[in-house]
Design a binder for this molecule. Structure first.
Ligand code: FAD
Length: 315
């Protein structure tokens, strides 16, 4: 008998792939000891009655998923101050949800910001997402002469008003105007040292950049949870606009995924759900077990992804 010849290279490559084993687990099996991740959902305050109805339908649909908290954004320069407040107050009184109110310090005095914070505390709100905010209409940022200069100062100020739970923003791809990635990380650390206990990231599509950011944060001595912000979007044009506004990279594969389906909404929605579910599952495979969803006041994609992750409505 002839000695067996060595297998062709392609067979070896196949074998190696098999032997490495699955790098991502199967879809979550309920009852198999897998705990679904903790979720939080972000909404924006409505401008019209129609949008108000849409927001509340969204809140009601997502409420049974029992998120850790839901947050409501604050318009540029406080432009939605009263709508943010009334939405958050209604969440306190009419739902089982725990709200977090976003609050910015751009263009306001410390006294004005403190007064808004006090109103929240009196309305039963105990969680603030503390942000610097941007200049309405664009333009270079300059602190208000009597205001909190940056988010770290705001966090310290809020802690003086009351013992709020405070979350702050983080940027896996670095804040667009930061002096450097390291300076931005120092800033994140300052916000946490000032009393924040959680960072929520800007949305991103490149998981590798988020995981690298976690490594750098850990190396900088940051141990507070850094919760990835996930934006499931079925409209690629809108997605590109959001990304350009906040310095977020849109990887070429994402464009390819949506290529040729601009006029096919149903397929776009399915593709969006798969892309976002894939993103969170890859993060889960890397040990992430908490996610913040930018819902854009539309519940369906977030609900479907939560379901895929094993989250079920609480009876
Ligand atoms: C999860 C999340 C939620 C958001 N919600 C809202 C919202 O509801 N409403 C809204 O208007 N915007 C919101 N934003 C956007 C945010 O307001 C902008 O990204 C803003 O440009 C920065 O806010 P910040 O709190 O990160 O600022 P900061 O943490 O103050 O940082 C802003 C920039 O200043 C730099 N910096 C900090 N301190 C100093 C210093 N002492 N000297 C020099 N540079 C410094 C930082 O490195 C960074 O580049 C949100 C962003 C995220 C990620």
């Amino acid at each position: 008998m002839n000695a067996p010849s060595s297998p062709p290279v392609s067979t070896q490559a196949t074998l190696e792939r098999w032997l490495t084993g699955p790098r991502v687990g199967a879809l979550p099996m309920r009852g198999a000891g897998q705990t679904p991740p903790a979720l939080s959902f972000e909404f924006f305050p409505p401008k019209t009655d129609v949008l108000e109805t849409q927001l509340w339908a969204c809140i009601r649909r997502l409420e049974p998923l029992a998120p850790r908290f839901v947050s409501v954004t604050y318009g540029a320069g406080g432009s939605t101050q009263s709508r943010t407040h009334s939405t958050v107050a209604r969440i306190v009184t009419e739902t089982t949800l725990t709200p977090a109110a976003h609050l910015t310090c751009v263009g306001a005095t410390r006294a004005e910001v403190d007064a808004v914070a006090r109103q929240y505390w009196e309305a039963g709100v105990r969680h603030i997402v503390a942000l610097r905010g941007d200049v309405p209409g664009g333009g270079a940022y300059a602190p208000h002469p009597e205001g909190y200069a940056y988010a770290a100062d705001l966090v310290a100020g809020l802690k003086r008003v009351a013992d709020f739970e405070i979350s702050v923003a983080a940027y896996p791809e670095t804040h667009p105007t930061a002096a450097s990635p390291l300076a931005d990380l120092d800033n994140l650390k300052r916000k946490l040292d000032a009393g924040a206990t959680r960072a929520i990231t800007n949305f991103f599509f490149d998981n590798a950049s988020f995981l690298r950011f976690l490594d750098l944060a850990l190396a900088a001595g940051i141990t507070a949870p850094i919760v990835p912000g996930i934006m499931p979007v079925s409209n690629f044009t809108q997605l590109q606009k959001f990304a350009a506004m906040s310095g977020v990279t849109v990887p070429p594969w994402l464009g390819e995924l949506f290529d040729g389906i601009a006029d096919d909404m149903e397929t776009r929605r399915m593709v969006a759900a798969v892309a976002a579910a894939e993103q969170v599952r890859m993060l889960q495979a890397n040990g992430i077990d908490e996610f913040h969803f930018y819902t854009l006041n539309r519940p369906d994609l977030t609900y479907a992804i939560a379901h895929i992750l094993g989250v079920r409505p609480k009876k």
